[in-house]
Design a binder for this molecule. Structure first.
Ligand code: IMP
Length: 184
């Protein structure tokens, strides 16, 4: 059975609203896929999916990229001091691939303060890839503490805690097909 975004909001009293609809997400992912396919012609990048949040985005993005590419996964957990990310990241699962001399695209769900991504970029740079770029579905630019280069950015969003499309609250809501906001 399939529900549309509005049905899903109605069915859960904790969800306040849809911020980005499933239709808009799919449209933007197709554009990102087209852009990446054009930029990586005659190359074979490795899409590095940052678990858990980016798994839904990766699955859709990969199917919108027409050039050959590989996928690999990294699981990380960020330590939070209160609600704020500290940038101290624990690698729970490392890549299988050797990324030396390879073109890497980090696929992230959201860039908030930028501390996590900054740590990851510094770590992966030590492995001497040919290039590294970042593709993030969501970008909270107003919250940035560490300037990080996001080459492919899906949507710039306001400073609100969002859920859905891979993003969780207490491990829930990753399955929503839209980006939503919880009730305060
Ligand atoms: P940063 O280090 O502050 O950029 O935090 C990035 C990570 O924090 C993301 O990969 C998410 O796991 C998490 N995060 C940041 N904002 C949100 C949000 O609005 N909803 C869910 N997770 C978030």
């Amino acid at each position: 059975m399939q529900f549309d975004d509005a049905d899903l909001v109605l069915r859960d009293p904790l969800i306040d609203k849809v911020l980005i609809s499933s239709g808009d997400i799919q449209k933007r992912i197709r554009q990102l896929g087209t852009e990446i396919s054009r930029d990586y012609q005659d190359r074979q990048p490795i899409l590095v999916c940052i678990l858990k949040g980016a798994f839904v985005f990766l699955a859709d993005l990969s199917r919108c990229i027409s050039v050959h590419h590989e996928v690999d996964f990294m699981a990380i957990s960020s330590y939070h001091g209160g609600t704020e990310s500290t940038g101290v990241v624990k690698i729970e699962k490392d890549l299988k691939s050797n990324i030396t001399d390879r073109d890497i695209i980090i696929v992230e769900d959201i860039v908030d303060t930028g501390l996590t991504l900054n740590y990851l970029l510094e770590l992966l740079e030590t492995r001497s890839p040919k290039s590294i770029r970042v593709c993030a579905l969501l970008d909270k630019t107003s919250r940035r503490i560490e300037e990080v280069p996001v080459t492919y950015s899906g949507f710039e969003i306001p400073d609100e805690f969002v859920i859905g499309f891979g993003l969780d609250y207490d491990e829930k809501y990753r399955n929503l097909p839209f980006i939503g906001v919880l009730k305060p």
